[in-house]
Design a protein around this ligand. Sequence first.
Ligand SMILES: [Zn+2]
Length: 487
Amino acid sequence: MSPQDLTPEFKVAVRVGAELFYRSAQVKKYLDRLGPGESNQHRLLVKSFQLALEDVETASISSFEALADITPEDPSWNQAIETLHDNLRIFSRSFIDIHELLALLPRESIRPEVLFALEGCFPEFFEHQPPVVLGSIVNAFEFDFIDILKDRLPDIGAIFPEDKRIYVLQLAICDADSPHACAILCHELGHAMDVRHKISVWAVEEFMSRFGVDESLRPILLYWCRELCADLIASRVAGPVPILTILSIEYCIYPQYSIGMHSETHPSTLARLQVIEQDMDCSDDLSGFRAEIEFYKNARRLNLERICTDPNIRKETENNHRVLTELLIKQMATLVCERLSSLDLPDLKVPCRRFDQASLDRCVERLRRGTPVSSQGESPESLEEKVKQYRKRVFKSQEERIEAFKNLCDEFAEKPLEVAKILLSGYNYKLEVMNSLYEAERPLGNKESVTSFCDSLATLDLLIGSSIVTTRVHKEMLRRLEKDQST
Ligand SMILES: [Zn+2]
């Protein structure tokens, strides 16, 4: 099958497979690092986890391979797609279960770049240094440790002052080495910020009184509004990557569940993406983000068609989804934004809501060449122009010439890049690597191509991780330099 023959269903399957293979590779690496333990006590467990992952991977690889030799016109196509879907479902379920069993093994600590990334996105809020831990559930969480303590152990909990909070962030083990995946913690920290400033509580109260909503709906509105609030905070401090990481996890469970609709606790992912898209004002930049939304719409449609075969019921379901999104979710999001503006929180003033596409493209080009993206100066074209202007100038004195030359040199300085931009350029490159699978002769159809794909993403993780660390060091050096100069 040639790349142009890839059907939308096959493309989505490749995407789901890619997300699962990569996370599975990450877990195997994690197990390699843990090793057998000092007294060999973990050897059997580590080996069993690795064998189990290899087993589910092999079945999916062979179903991808089976599709590589036929076309959609072939009578065996539909059956081969069904087999692939079944194997991806087994892969997805097994991966989630195996991951949960990792709780049996010792836990690594979080990598420094995760903390630097959070600090870069939440300079003010992160001063409280929330503990960040790895967890065995394939998702991220945020909780108040004191709340849990007071709930379970009232006597011990009472030793903490009434207003004491310890926000704990939890990241899935499979995402520990991937800085883009860690961006999901910005959403979790958004929840903590919401609790502290009572943003969603206010927005729901306002929504209910403005629109005369029945009291019985308050709990579900509150659940939904909390998610919207955490999404909006995360996108304002870190751009679209936090919501894209949520999408990336969703592809891992895609073969198992119906993914398209609002649930009791969360608005649908599509509605959340649309809220962020609207808030970010993605006019002429963020083309990668918009392409991801379009791809997801397609994946969601296919998921619905698979789960509900009656077109009339589907139409009605879609209609309900649209009405709820437009009349309720987007309205609540507007109120959240209103509240965020009135609170004037320092973290939300970091100017990352507009991304210069040309600057992002230069970062992606660097990543393609295998170099980090910790800092960026002006574009070569703009610098060339400035040199030309300098040469054309006529100076009245030698002092004026020296001053102008100093200013020209300053223009060449590279400035530390904002974490949000590092994350987004990394995510854009990740998408480029994923999209290249569609051009492959046998997408994910043999072990070598799966390994090479996972290795490319692992290299990218290292580049993004080192970029985040370097930009932190760069900022600190500039801060010290400025301090020295002012004293
Ligand atoms: Zn959440």
